[in-house]
Design a binder for this molecule. Structure first.
Ligand SMILES: [Zn+2]
Length: 246
């Protein structure tokens, strides 16, 4: 079973549109972890799952303290009580306060292509480990022509970043170099033309992502979202749009 998740990471709107359009065409209901307001995500709140992607760091645009970060992200429209921390930056206190804010599922452990079943952590959060992350796959220099045999029974979680998918990143440093050319404002405001200019034309991470999703579809391996997975649905309850506490 493959669960497709997307970390927004302040991606520009055209990159979010291209990624979600692709998943929609393949019949995939993604779980999107949001960092900021996105018209494309918000217009799809009835069809996709939306959780939160807080960044707990003094340099975070979400705020300087745990409390400030949680207030910022809870104000983003979302419809499931699930979160994943940007850069997996987490600690007991941020987890505890996210739970107090209503979160029930966390996805803060990223393996390198290992199947680790979901588990309940010491606080009582359902932790859903990641099997495949685009950035981690590039970081570990795995081949970009690899063929995947999807897991039929086990839950495997894919984590896609819209910018890696759209740019078709061929190597970890390729994206690092691109990021250095843009300020935060320029990055989030990138136009479709600018994105097209950055696209890598050779073998890149996009082919690997497409192959893993298509292989799961072809073998009849179920593609499910987090809240629709039998393992979590009863604990999460019926999805409804949650908004700010204030
Ligand atoms: Zn992130």
């Amino acid at each position: 079973m493959l669960i497709v998740t997307v970390d927004l990471d302040w991606a520009p709107e055209p990159a979010i549109e291209e990624t979600l359009d692709f998943l929609q065409e393949r019949g995939v209901i993604p779980t999107v972890f949001v960092t900021h307001r996105s018209p494309r995500v918000e217009s799809s709140l009835g069809e996709i799952e939306v959780g939160l992607h807080p960044f707990f760091h003094p340099d975070s645009s979400h705020g300087k303290t745990i409390e400030e970060v949680i207030d910022s992200v809870m104000a983003l429209p979302h419809n499931i009580p699930a979160f994943r921390c940007h850069r997996y930056a987490t600690c007991n206190e941020s987890n505890r306060q996210m739970m107090e804010a209503g979160m029930k599922v966390a996805s803060n452990i990223c393996t390198d292509l290992e199947i680790v079943p979901p588990f309940i952590d010491r606080l009582g959060l359902i932790q859903v480990p990641i099997y495949f992350e685009d950035g981690g796959y590039l970081w570990n220099c795995h081949p970009l022509t690899k063929s995947f045999k999807p897991a039929e029974e086990a839950i495997t979680v894919m984590n896609i970043h819209p910018m890696h998918f759209v740019v078709n990143t061929p190597a970890f440093d390729y994206m690092v170099q691109i990021k250095r050319q843009f300020t935060r404002e320029q990055w989030i405001g990138m136009s479709r033309q600018q994105l097209d200019h950055l696209k890598y034309q050779g073998d890149g991470i996009r082919r690997v992502i497409v192959e893993l999703i298509d292989a799961s579809n072809e073998t009849g391996s179920l593609i499910r979202s987090i809240a629709k997975s039998p393992r979590f649905s009863t604990k999460i309850g019926k999805a409804k749009v949650l908004r700010a506490r204030h």
